[in-house]
Design a protein around this ligand. Structure first.
Ligand SMILES: Nc1ncnc2c1ncn2[C@@H]1O[C@H](COP(=O)(O)OP(=O)(O)OP(=O)(O)O)[C@@H](O)[C@H]1O
Ligand SMILES: [Mg+2]
Length: 264
């Protein structure tokens, strides 16, 4: 019998589950959310339990987060993504003061004080500019995979101007740049720069305080990370698996709740 706590992050594109035991990550899973977020949450947890060789009864407390957090019937508590990303980022990098989370549907910048409490945040939630979705639509227009963009951009001597922030207009802009014969690496760099520009404007809203940690799937995009580092003039730390930061934070909150409830 194991004593585990679980965190589940149901995002617009991906769902993650993290299992913790004694403040350490035992296992995790990442899968596509798809149309049924409730099923995705169940599948993610079962997969993580399988990796851990554990049973559902081993989980003492479950916290859900992400846009689909209300669709997890087996969760004991729902917590906002802001709180969970903060908790998850601090676990890996305790001196974090600014968190940049770029997911599929929204991007957020979270400001922490010296004690690690959230004191402000900015969010881009109604428009796809500066999100993974924007990158995916633009990559498709360029006929490459989203994770091929950074490599393609390495060969660029300058960035093509992708000036439209509206995804629909930016997509036609890409098509017309291709038509004008602009080299594809320059367009790829222009796309990455456009995301970075948008995110930097959010960073400015909450104020830039080092050190900066990045979470979310787009943190795996080295081109976006480098473009952000250039614009911010400082290093950005990325955890080994940035996509599980929200679920990790949720599992840590579950652990605190469980300990409090049982006076462990
Ligand atoms: N290996 C990879 N390389 C580059 N980009 C990646 C990779 N894996 C995921 N991504 C990016 O991550 C994005 C999804 O991020 P994430 O899983 O954090 O989103 P989400 O949590 O489902 O969305 P949200 O938080 O907005 O609801 C994708 O749109 C894609 O751009
Ligand atoms: Mg997310």
């Amino acid at each position: 019998m194991q004593m585990l706590t679980a965190g589940i992050d149901i995002g617009s594109l991906s769902t993650e589950a993290v299992l913790l035991s004694d403040h350490k990550i035992v296992s995790y899973s990442i899968l596509a959310t798809g149309a049924d977020s409730r099923r995705a949450a169940e599948k993610a947890l079962n997969e993580a339990l399988g990796f851990a060789g554990a049973a559902p009864e081993d989980v003492r407390f479950t916290v859900s987060t992400g846009y689909g957090r209300t669709n997890v019937p087996f969760a004991d508590l729902q917590v906002t993504e802001i709180t969970c990303h903060a908790r998850g980022a601090l676990y890996t990098f305790p001196d974090t003061r600014t968190i940049i989370d770029i997911g599929g549907q929204d991007s957020k910048v979270i400001r922490l004080d010296e004690a690690g409490s959230v004191i402000d945040f900015a969010m881009n939630d109604k428009c796809a500019a500066g999100t993974g979705r924007f990158l995916e639509v633009m990559a498709r227009a360029l006929e490459v995979d989203v994770d091929e963009l950074p490599e393609l951009a390495v060969g660029a001597s300058r960035a093509a101007a992708v000036s439209n922030v509206c995804t629909v207009f930016a997509e036609s802009e890409i098509v017309s740049l291709i038509g004008q014969g602009v080299p594809r690496p320059e367009i790829a760099l222009g796309i990455l720069e456009s995301v970075a520009e948008r995110v930097v404007s959010m960073v400015k809203r909450v104020g830039l305080v080092p050190k900066v940690t990045m979470s979310g799937g787009v943190a795996k995009n080295k081109g976006v990370v480098q473009a952000l580092e250039r614009r911010l003039g400082m290093e950005i730390r990325v955890p080994d698996e940035p996509q599980i930061v929200g679920a990790l934070g949720a599992a840590l909150i579950a652990e605190s709740r469980w300990r409090k409830a049982t006076y462990l």
